[in-house]
Design a protein around this ligand. Structure first.
Ligand code: CP
Ligand code: NVA
Length: 300
């Protein structure tokens, strides 16, 4: 098995490599690696969209491992003046030991990784958000134990970057995944096509989709970059709120996850996101453990 060089999509890694990552993140959470294994190492973080969790968890995680994280925003670098992805990737690779990028088009991260000679981590694109879904899987393991293949997960709402990453995760971990998306807002067809048909179901009706689910999860109706479509999206998604009646259809032990930031009263009712089944803050904490594990796996 070749060692992974980058972390761009969940499905780029084998099931074994992803399982090892989850195990490592669990050990990180339990206090391993206090000996500062990234001493003297630097991680660059490029953000072309806003971020709270991804930025702070990476910066803090690298510091806790003994290294240094460097924030680069588009505006105050030459990227904002049109310097090419390939030149930027080649130059930064000569200074830093890994690069995390959050951007719009997924192909930008792929191109960055093609030209970089250090590991590249995808901190979110319009297509996928792999670090987040790995943190979500970690949260599920904490709640239900290590056998993810027996889980039933339901995704309610937009077939966006999070939904696409859930599809990739179902492909590698073998859990059952139902996605209830309004017409016209389905996940990426190429990612859907590669998902195991026996474990993945595209549904329209959110209540029926939620039946028996161990995990109910959703996301904002208008992702970063789609804010201009807020009004028509609010109409299309009106039936797709995770509320208490919907949660009542799920498994009696079901938990609620949301990558955050959330819009209470839109995709999720306040009683659910702030209620006893919600695990959103443990989920957010796990972003720290998982990014540390990803960087430990990639930086050699
Ligand atoms: N969930 C997530 O990625 O949050 P940020 O946009 O705050 O990084
Ligand atoms: N789907 C959301 C996730 C934010 C963390 C977005 O892309 O804006």
């Amino acid at each position: 098995m070749t060692e992974p060089r980058h972390f761009i999509e969940i499905a780029d890694w084998t099931s074994g490599q992803l399982q090892r990552l989850l195990d490592l993140a669990g050990r990180v959470r339990d206090g391993a690696f206090a000996d500062r294994p990234l001493e003297g190492r630097t991680v660059a973080m490029i953000f072309q969209k806003p971020s709270t969790r991804t930025r702070v968890s990476t910066e803090v995680g690298v510091a806790q491992l003994g290294g240094h994280a460097l924030m680069i925003s588009e505006l105050d670098s030459q990227m904002g003046r049109g310097e090419s992805v390939s030149d930027t990737a080649r130059v930064l690779s000569r200074y830093v030991d890994a690069i995390l990028i959050r951007t719009f088009g997924h192909e930008r991260v792929v191109e960055f990784a093609r030209h970089a000679t250090v590991p590249v981590v995808n901190g979110l694109t319009d297509l996928v958000h792999p670090c987040q879904v790995m943190a979500d899987l970690m949260t599920i393991v904490q709640e239900f134990g290590p056998d993810l293949s027996r889980m039933r997960v339901v995704w309610i709402g937009d077939g966006n970057n999070m939904a696409n990453s859930w599809l990739n995760a179902a492909r590698r971990f073998g859990f059952a995944l139902r996605l209830a998306c309004p017409p016209g807002y389905e996940p990426d067809p190429r990612i859907l096509d590669r998902a195991p048909a026996s474990r993945v179901e595209l549904a329209r009706d959110p209540e029926r989709a939620a039946e028996g689910a161990h995990v109910v999860t959703t996301d904002v109706w208008a992702s970063m970059g789609a804010e201009g479509e807020r009004k028509e999206r609010a109409e299309a998604f009106a039936r797709y709120q995770v509320d208490e009646p919907l949660m009542a259809r799920a498994h009696p032990e079901a938990i609620f996850l949301h990558c955050l930031p959330a819009h209470r009263g839109e995709e999720v009712a306040p009683e659910v996101i702030d209620g006893p089944r919600s695990r959103i803050f443990r989920e957010a904490e796990n972003r720290l453990h998982i990014i540390k594990a990803i960087l430990l796996e990639l930086i050699r």
